[in-house]
Design a protein around this ligand. Structure first.
Ligand SMILES: NC(=O)c1ccc[n+]([C@@H]2O[C@H](COP(=O)([O-])OP(=O)(O)OC[C@H]3O[C@@H](n4cnc5c(N)ncnc54)[C@H](O)[C@@H]3O)[C@@H](O)[C@H]2O)c1
Length: 665
């Protein structure tokens, strides 16, 4: 038999021997709501034993009541005591300990994901999207850091739902970190089982870049939102190819982690936006960042501002402090014209606090969530049904409504509105309103390979970011396609638009060739000492990164929209080609069981070795998705694949589908 002392002695990498003191909780930091404690007595014992696995036996007696209290009052054991005192933020890479550049780089990324200016609920390790966590608890956070400090180029760190399983021998061309989050066996892959697994401490909801350590603050989503709004205007409002949203009104909700990008994006597109938000603290954050222009809870004032801006074709964003359903009701009752309409409440977690029902203030919502979840659920459903009716009224008047990938339409369906699904039976054939991917992002961007490429200047120096912006701009030919022109303008104006929150990072939609060119250029700049090392990555919400019939693959019409082969292959292929970090998650923006998504991180250290990885891995990372989309008969992907086969004849080759004449069927 073995004792706990044998176990302790057998581990050289473990939490410190001393129990840390409970750190202070600073007033005013947003806190995650109670997630609900539903475990049986036996399961509760397992949850406690699971959390105590990280901690020496001598502290167990002391920690059991503390962890029990967390579990009962928060629905999770976060291990608050193990949280570092004070603010966390991504520092310069030189300030981190490590045996290899990647080990240090990932620490920058993790700390940036938990930056108090960025993270939605930093004390609960939630980066964004209501429930998207870096890892499950602070014991894991500490242990991951310890592993990253000793990680060498000949090892790979394995992270399973936030738990660092260990370091295993590999080689310099293998990923340094492999992450999975929330993957569940099919039969159990549902919200109920996941909720149990989270309480037991065996699952983590990584969203996308939260658990994949690649979040770059709200900027990450601004470019996509800008592209979506601009292209919605071109597609539905008669905006010219080189035009913008001048004089157009966009109404939506949410000023949270990703949704907070909406006011900034609509202003960059020169339009007028009114964004409803129930939580004043989030409005405050966006006001302080300069990401939203004005705030009011008075409809008359709001529409006076909006009308003035519309008439004078001025860009303006306004936060409405209140519920989106109240705002829409006012709009319908007063016959106000809305050009573009969407919603970005966290409907992927509508019953966990993601959607605030009409009639409750934000504080009342939090209280009811804690005290009466059944009643809360009823109110959410009632509010969603009304929300839907109001949207219907507006679309009948000519407003273009699109679902913003937050599972809004699925939530409406779950609330009992059967007419929202196309086939009147289930969600398999989609919904009556388009999702932004179905109409806009899929056909206009993903099918060509354009997606949310991003980088972080690990030195933390702003001058490095400016140099990379200029270098990236030089890699784009604005005359190649309309998309290139939009991207060129985006990067040209990026500095002026003051997008950085947290680390010195940039988002830039690019296709396979663009991403490769830019990556090689940056690596060369690192080699020449012109800039410090760079972390490349992307959102999982990309061409190949995510399989989800509710979002990324909603424009896939060959029946394979329910398959998750693409995201899984993308992940495996990136491992085989030597990306520094690879991640694969269940859930993402739309919720457990509704998506499989993955991403990567590649540390540019200036070496020729990394040049070779860029050439094979970046191409694969994008083109595997284009190839799948082509096989599903997405028109623009077929065009892109034909070009690709010509250009890379002899090295790469995509199978392209023959098209059947519909009249034969
Ligand atoms: N921005 C994107 O490109 C993008 C892409 C895909 C999915 N999403 C989805 O959008 C949703 C929002 O993401 P997030 O990171 O901003 O989440 P978040 O939880 O940080 O923000 C949502 C905000 O909505 C507010 N809210 C909730 N109910 C409301 C109501 N009835 N009226 C007004 N405000 C209300 C909340 O207070 C919160 O601030 C998620 O479901 C996410 O998956 C966004």
């Amino acid at each position: 038999m073995f004792s706990n002392s044998d176990i302790e002695q057998s581990m050289t990498i473990r939490l410190d021997d001393e129990l840390p003191k409970m750190p202070k909780f600073v007033e005013g930091i947003r806190r995650a709501p109670d997630r609900g404690f539903t475990l049986s007595e036996e399961e509760t014992k397992i949850a406690l034993k699971n959390a105590l696995r990280y901690i020496p036996e001598r502290y167990h007696k002391q920690l059991i009541p503390e962890f029990m209290e967390e579990l009962k009052s928060r629905g999770r054991i976060y291990g608050y005591r193990f949280r570092p005192e004070g603010r966390i933020y991504g520092k310069s890479i030189d300030e981190y300990k490590g045996n290899c550049i990647e080990g240090k780089a990932f620490q920058v990324m993790i700390d940036n994901n938990l930056d108090f200016d960025i993270a939605l609920y930093p004390y609960e390790l939630v980066t964004y999207g209501e429930t998207g966590q870096v890892c499950q608890n602070w014991m894991q956070y500490r242990l991951i850091k310890k592993y990253l400090e000793v990680l060498t180029r000949d090892q790979t760190l394995v992270i399973q739902s936030g738990h660092p399983l260990g370091l295993f021998r590999s080689n310099p061309n293998a990923p340094r970190v492999i992450i999975t989050n929330g993957l569940m066996v099919g039969l159990f892959d549902n919200q109920k089982e996941w909720h149990r697994a989270m309480q037991l401490g065996v699952s983590n909801y990584g969203q996308m870049t939260a658990g994949g350590w690649m979040y770059i603050g709200p900027q990450g989503i601004v470019h996509g939102t800008f592209n979506t709004l601009l292209n919605a205007g071109k597609l539905r409002l008669g905006v010219a190819k080189d035009g913008d949203l001048r004089g157009k009104l966009f109404v939506t909700s949410g000023l949270g982690g990703m949704s907070g990008a909406q006011p900034k994006a609509v202003e960059i597109a020169n339009g007028v936006g009114i964004i409803a938000e129930v939580d004043y603290s989030r409005i405050q954050t966006r006001l302080e960042q300069g990401w939203v222009n004005k705030v009011s809870s008075d409809f008359k004032e709001i529409f006076d501002w909006a009308n003035d801006a519309i008439e004078n074709k001025k860009a303006l964003s306004i936060a409405y402090h209140g519920n989106i359903v109240d705002l829409l009701q006012y709009i319908v009752e007063n016959n106000i014209n809305v050009d573009l309409l969407s919603d970005q409440t966290s409907c992927h977690a509508q019953y966990d606090g993601g959607y605030c029902p009409q009639g409750l203030t934000f504080d009342e919502r939090t209280k009811m969530l804690n005290e009466n979840r059944e009643q809360f659920k009823e109110l959410v459903d009632k509010s969603l049904r009304k929300h839907y009716e109001l949207i219907k009224r507006l679309t009948e008047r000519g407003t273009y409504f699109f679902d913003y990938g937050n599972s809004f339409m699925k939530a409406v369906y779950d609330a009992g509105v059967k007419e929202i699904v196309k086939n009147g039976i289930d969600e398999k054939d989609g919904f009556i309103f388009p999702s932004y991917v179905e109409d806009i992002m899929g056909p206009m961007l993903f099918d060509y390979g354009y997606g949310p490429f991003r980088w972080v200047c690990l030195s933390g120096k702003h001058e490095d970011l400016i140099k990379t912006d200029h270098a990236a701009m030089e890699c784009i030919n604005p005359n190649r396609r309309g998309q290139d022109r939009d991207n060129y303008i985006w990067i040209r104006d990026a500095e002026k638009n003051q997008l950085v929150v947290g680390t010195q990072a940039r988002i830039l939609y690019q296709d396979a060739e663009g991403r490769m060119k830019i990556a090689l250029k940056f690596n060369e700049m690192v080699r020449k000492g012109e800039i410090g090392p760079v972390m490349l990555g992307r959102d999982h919400h990309d061409v190949s990164g995510t399989d989800s019939p509710f979002r990324e693959t909603s424009n896939i019409k060959d029946g394979s929209n329910i398959m998750a082969d693409m995201a899984t292959h993308c992940f495996a292929g990136n491992a085989a080609r030597g990306m520094s970090l690879i991640a694969l998650h269940n859930g993402g923006g739309v919720g457990i069981g509704k998506a499989i998504n993955g991403g990567f991180g590649l540390v540019l250290d200036g070496s020729h070795r990394v040049d070779e990885i860029i050439k094979s891995a970046i191409s694969w990372d994008v083109m595997s998705g284009v190839a799948r989309r082509a096989w599903a008969r997405c028109e623009h992907s077929i065009e892109t694949s034909i070009e690709f086969n010509k250009k890379y004849n002899g090295t790469d080759h995509i199978t392209i589908p023959y098209i059947v004449d519909e009249r034969l069927l």
